[in-house]
Structure formats: C-alpha cells, structure tokens
Design a protein around this ligand. Sequence first.
Ligand code: NDP
Ligand code: OXD
Length: 314
Amino acid sequence: MTLLVAISGWPEEPWLARFRSLLPDLKVVSQHAEYDPAAIDYIAAWKPPHGLIAGLPNLKAILYLGAGVDHLFADPSLPDLPISRVVDDDLTLRMSEWVVMHCLMQQRGAEFLRREQDAKRWFDGPDAPLASRVRVGIMGIGVLGADAAKKLKVMGFDVAGWSPSGRSVEGIEMFAGAQMRDAFLARTDILVSLLPLTEETRGILNTALFRKLARDGALGGPILINAGRGGLQKEADILACLDDGTLKAAVLDVFEIEPLPDSSPLWLHPNVTVTPHNSAGSDPEAVAAYAVRQLRAHQSGRPMQNIVDPRRGY
Ligand code: NDP
Ligand code: OXD
C-alpha cells in the first residue's frame, strides 16, 4: 500500500513526517520523489497539480487536506473517486477565533484607535456600541459558519444565518431560501462569508449584494468579512463600494489572486484588513491524524467521513 503526498503552497516536510509516523505499515511518498503511479493507492493532497490524480490508475480515494475543495473540482481531468475533506475541531476552532476576533475589532473600532495611538491622540469620543447592538449575518453557515455563529453569540452579537436549503442551526436565527435573502442582508451590519466556491457562489460578493446590507446599524455602515474563497468576491466592487460609502470596511483573508499581488490597492486601503489566507490553516499534527482515520476506514471497508458531493461542488 502506498500513500502519495501532494501538497502545493505549504511546507511538505511536516506532512510527510506526520504521515510516516502514523502509517508505519504504508509506503509514504512525496509527489516530488520518483514513484510508480500504478502503485499509489491513496493520495493526501492540498492543491495538487491538475492532471496528477488522473495519472494514478489504481487510486482508491482522495484525502483532501483542506476544507474547501474548489481547487480539486477545477481539475477537468479529476476522476470520479471518493473525496474526504477536512472537518476537524482544530481547523474549526482556528476559524472561529479569526471570525470572532475580527468582528470584535470592527465593533470596538480597533483600527481607528490604532491610528489615534499612532498620532498620540487621546480619543474622548463616544464608546463603541455593545455587541448586542451589532447584527452579524453569516452566509455559508455550514461546519465553520455554525461554530463561528455560536461563539459570536457568546460574545453577545445579534447573529443570524442564511441558508438556501433551509438548514437550521441550534440557537441561531436562520433565514431560509432565496426569498429570504434580501431580508437577511437588510438586517446585517457585519456580513461574514464562509461560503464554498462553486459555480453558484462565484462573484456573489458584489456591489448589488453590498447595496442590500443594513444602512441603519450601530457601526455607521456595513462591513464585509470574507474567509471563504477569493473567487467569491469582486475586488473592484469592494474597492468602489468602500470609496463611495456602500461599505464601511472589509476584512479579507482570501483573494482573487493569491498571494495578493503588490499592485493590489487592497494592501494599503485604510479601511481594508488583509490577512494572508491564514484564518484557519490545516495543522499537520491534527489534520494528518484525521486523514489517516479516513484512510483506515476506507481500508477496512467502513465509510469515510465528510465525503464531498461533486454535483454541488462542496
Ligand atoms: P460546509 O460545506 O460545511 O459549509 C458550507 C455552507 O455553505 C453550507 O451550509 C451550504 O449550505 C452553504 N452554501 C453552499 N452554497 C451556498 C449558496 N449558493 N448560498 C448560500 N449558502 C451556500 O463547509 P465549511 O464550513 O467546512 O467550509 C466553508 C468554506 O470555508 C470552505 O469551502 C472553504 O472555501 C473555506 N475555508 C477557508 C479557510 C481559510 O483559511 N480561509 C479554511 C477552511 C475553509 P447547505 O447547508 O444548505 O449545504
Ligand atoms: C481550506 C483552506 O479550505 O485552508 O481548508 O482554505
């Protein structure tokens, strides 16, 4: 039995070491080493080169090392094999930390106060509104969105979610279906996007949507927070909406092009916070252990968890 490890954009060595220690009975090879494609049974992958998987004739399953599988589905040669994606507390908690931190920073005016400090000014204006006066709306309220929603609620935010399929999340006000989308947006001061990138969601974060966000909120204008995928957002629209006041601020962890090019005006925009797609990284310690549990399940004929649906694209 052989596991091929194919990782792009993350350091590969910790993953190889972790898989080798967890799978002493398997051969674990890197995509950069010499290997016989016909000998590969499983692949553990993050953004593998397109075409690589199609060249593995005896592959049994794909263990994807991230939560979002859009890069895999963008491979036109992807064979029809079971794909298990990551659903693990380690990753979920990282994302909730990031979302809660940025909602609190926006609510408390952290960037503004930093600028006051830089100018040695003692701000004596009004206090920030309580979190309970700030309405957070989560689009993409699946595993990550639901956990973030619950933690935002603990901090006191007025949280709601929107789900096209009408899914419910315990303790969270939900808006269901296309007919409720505008009502959801109209009560949202901070829009948190944790959507997967699919044919339906590409470009969804655009001017038309931003114009539907609440304009009567306690923060003085709507704020966009996107940690889903860069392909969800139209960056030219975000910039135009920040400049004409449709948006007050944007916090972006993901971008149309990554790494964000030097030439992007987002870098230096005073009302934009850029984080380098690191809101919820996959930790080799936790995520390789999760992937190995899926591999062992498959080997012993038990179902793998969190199989993605190629028709939905997530
Ligand atoms: P899930 O599949 O659990 O949740 C996705 C949610 O999005 C589901 O609830 C789904 O609805 C909803 N959804 C799908 N299509 C639409 C649509 N057209 N409109 C509104 N809602 C929609 O995924 P996760 O929560 O685990 O992850 C979400 C995304 O977060 C990943 O796909 C990835 O892109 C991103 N991510 C980013 C990271 C980062 O570091 N920046 C780290 C990890 C993930 P339904 O319940 O009805 O199916
Ligand atoms: C993921 C990511 O999808 O890190 O897991 O973006």
